[in-house]
Write a protein that binds this ligand. Structure first.
Ligand code: ARG
Length: 461
């Protein structure tokens, strides 16, 4: 038969395929709590403005609470014929309270309704991302404080560059994840305007109080333009962009954990709780959680690209294309929260392998730059000349299968007579990292100060 909501104009119901492509209830049931909260606020405002009676409002409100409790209890019967969460809720409300249910949709469209529901959902997810990132940052701070003095190789091109500390490496991720965190907070502040009252696209002639509903639902203010309100999804895109950048950071870190936990590196031991074994190879400890964190980013960035692509060709205002905003955002948010939690767990549990890190930091001529700096400082060489001298020393060491500190003073002086025994003091990894006291450098004192500053900032929030 014809549709209960718009049957007046239609002689027959939809084709089964039409119903299948059109229905969103399979996924937007996830917006039930937001939908009910929005409807309750709308009904309260309609009554306060004298648009519906207080009796109708009370019936609507009680009915909506029953609907929500049925959904929560799992006894609610969702219907594909009713398309989406909005019509499923309203239809059940009508079954429960009768004709008063029909007054709820006064001065409202599913267009502003869905914009509201989805915005509230994304807002919650932005908050959850901030919480998840805070926990991850705290775990990283723990690692940084414990390993502020622990030397490890710093890489460029994944080739040994200069010694850094474990703490410094952890703090680099603290900076990245802290920026991610502020991106979610910024996005939240921008999205926190209430769509309710934009109606289908043009606003309404009913004397609404949009400030009242905005306030009731935790928004800073109502949105300013009704067309924009129902036509745009940049709040979701911004969330997905922030999620995708966060995902990129998570994935890079995950990649490092995969490399570091390998038998070739042995820089870190991941806990049993975050490793898996092999069904055939008894020796294996696989970093599956890190690999999956790395992989989840495909979904997250995919969702950003997917929703941008859905949106980019749409003339204003609402088009049904926009129904495709939800599944991708749901999946991306779920993936992000799981990846954040897994990374936090791995970071909390992981054990840096101090001996291996230190040995690796000392190998590969990692203090060659320290030697060049010493020649500049102590022997007055121009840096370019010093670079040349050290190049010759590295070649000598490499040809004789030694490291820089293994060269004798006599051998060094043969390359440049200005070199004295003092030089050996700068060739150790400890001396190297301790010397990097420039603001933001890897010196242990810097790392401790940075970690303390972040602890303070987080505690002050
Ligand atoms: N299920 C729809 C969506 O998710 C709700 C809005 C429908 N609006 C409309 N004019 N058909 O976008």
């Amino acid at each position: 038969g014809a549709n209960a909501m718009w049957g007046g104009r239609f002689a027959s119901g939809p084709d089964a395929i039409m119903e299948a492509i059109n229905a969103s209830i399979g996924f937007d049931k996830r917006l039930a709590a937001q939908d009910v909260a929005g409807s309750r606020a709308h009904a309260a405002m309609l009554a306060a403005q004298g648009i519906i009676t207080d009796e109708d409002r009370d019936q609507i409100d009680a009915g909506l609470l029953t609907v929500l409790s049925e959904i929560d209890a799992g006894t609610f019967r969702f219907s594909t014929a009713l398309e989406d969460i909005h019509m499923n809720v309203e239809n059940r409300l009508r079954e429960l309270i009768g004709p008063a249910a029909g007054r709820l949709h006064t001065a409202r469209s599913r267009n502003d309704q869905v914009a509201l529901d989805f915005r509230m959902w994304v807002r919650d997810q932005a908050d959850a991302a901030v919480t998840g990132l805070t926990a991850l940052i705290e775990a990283l701070l723990g690692q940084a404080e414990a390993g502020a003095d622990l030397p490890m190789p710093g890489f460029t091109h994944l080739q040994t560059a200069q010694p850094v500390t474990w703490g410094h490496h952890m703090m680099a991720y603290v900076e990245m994840f802290a920026r991610d965190r502020s991106r979610f907070a910024d996005a939240r502040a921008r999205m926190n305007e209430c769509p309710l009252g934009a109606a289908a696209l043009a606003g309404t002639g009913f004397p609404l109080d949009r400030h009242m509903t905005a306030k009731a639902l935790g928004f800073d203010r109502p949105t300013a333009n009704s067309l924009d309100t129902v036509a745009d999804r940049d709040f979701a895109l911004e969330f997905l962009a922030a999620a995708s950048i966060t995902g990129t950071h998570l994935s890079r870190f995950a990649e490092e954990l995969v490399i570091w936990s390998s038998a070739q590196f042995r820089f870190v031991r991941l806990s049993d709780r975050f490793s898996t074994g092999s069904s055939i190879m008894p020796q294996k400890r696989n970093p599956d959680a890190a690999e999956l964190v790395r992989a989840k980013v495909g979904r997250i960035t995919g969702a950003f690209v997917g929703l941008s692509t859905v949106m980019k060709g749409l003339a204003m205002a609402y088009s049904k294309d926009m129904q495709e905003d939800k599944e991708q955002a749901f999946d991306a948010a779920d993936s992000l929260m799981l990846a954040l939690a897994a990374m936090e767990g791995m970071v909390r549990d992981m054990l840096p392998q101090a001996q291996n890190l230190r040995a690796a930091a000392a190998s590969g001529f990692s203090t060659a730059t320290d030697l060049a700096d010493w020649l500049v400082r102590e022997a007055g060489l121009p840096f370019r000349d010093a670079h040349h001298v050290v190049g010759a020393l590295v070649k000598l060491a490499e040809d004789t299968h030694r490291d820089l500190p293994d060269l004798s003073l006599v051998e060094m002086q043969a390359v440049n007579p200005a070199i004295t025994a003092d030089v050996f003091n700068v060739l150790t990894v400890e001396a190297s990292v301790a010397s990097r006291t420039s603001y933001g450098g890897t010196a242990p004192a810097n790392v401790r100060a940075q970690a303390a500053a972040w602890r303070e900032r987080l505690a002050a929030e």
